[in-house]
Design a protein. Structure first.
Length: 237
């Protein structure tokens, strides 16, 4: 039975997307550790109990624990799984905790530095299969225009897929490290009406990749980020 104050987190935890259970659970546990909801030294309920409580399989739970352990947020031992001390969790891999409180202009600057380079390299390496996957994601974005939560997830999937195309794991990890801040930021932008323009921009980026044109890909990504900046910061071009 769960009796500790911190255990209330698990009692109230709800997984809304059953198709992406491990991904959603990973994000929620990571955030709970970083914001102190699950403090250093906290010992997780045993695997069987936690799986039953969350209605997930042990393989799903292990998919969640693995990246948390790699990020040095938790430690798994024969005696159980527990949260590492704050001195260990607040390291360079947890860049997202800094990004959460960053100035929106700084987030945009970070995105431009990272994502223009990603688009440029992806244009050199994109295969027909890669283009099909990007088009599939854009189609899902179109179908989700009335569901901002799903739309935001698919938008991230698009940019994540570009990073995967480069084959550079560091780029993918860097993008993943700021995922929560990224999605919160984009969700707000979509609320302000950028959905049609964002879809159009994504199609322009795909066309640059289809032509294997790095210069065009850079131009289209900059254009996309400029549109975001205009809405996010309420600037006039």
């Amino acid at each position: 039975m769960l009796k500790r104050p911190e255990d209330a987190f698990f009692k109230e935890l709800n997984i809304s997307n059953r198709k992406r259970m491990s991904e959603e659970l990973f994000i929620k546990l990571r955030n709970a550790i970083l914001d102190g909801t699950l403090p250093g030294g906290y010992v997780f309920p045993n695997e069987n109990e936690l799986c039953k409580m969350l209605d997930i399989g042990r393989s799903t739970l292990r998919e969640v624990y693995s990246p948390l352990e790699k990020m040095n947020l938790i430690q798994r031992t024969k005696n159980g799984t527990y949260v590492n001390d704050e001195s260990e969790t607040r390291n360079a891999m947890n860049f997202d905790i800094i990004a959460k409180n960053a100035d929106p202009a700084h987030i945009l600057q970070f995105r431009e530095i990272l994502e223009v380079a990603i688009a440029e390299d992806a244009a050199r390496k994109a295969s027909p299969e890669d283009l099909d996957e990007l088009l599939r994601i854009v189609d899902l974005m179109k179908k989700s225009k009335n569901d901002l939560d799903r739309l935001t997830l698919f938008d991230y999937d698009f940019h994540s897929q570009l990073a995967k195309i480069t084959g550079n794991e560091l780029l993918l990890i860097t993008l993943s490290a700021v995922r929560v801040s990224y999605e919160n930021f984009v969700h707000e932008v979509f609320k302000r009406g950028l959905i049609p323009q964002s879809v159009e921009d994504h199609l322009g980026i795909i066309e640059a990749l289809r032509k294997n044109d790095p210069a065009m890909a850079k131009k289209m990504m900059r254009k996309h980020l400029r549109h975001i900046k205009k809405v996010a910061l309420q600037e006039q071009e």
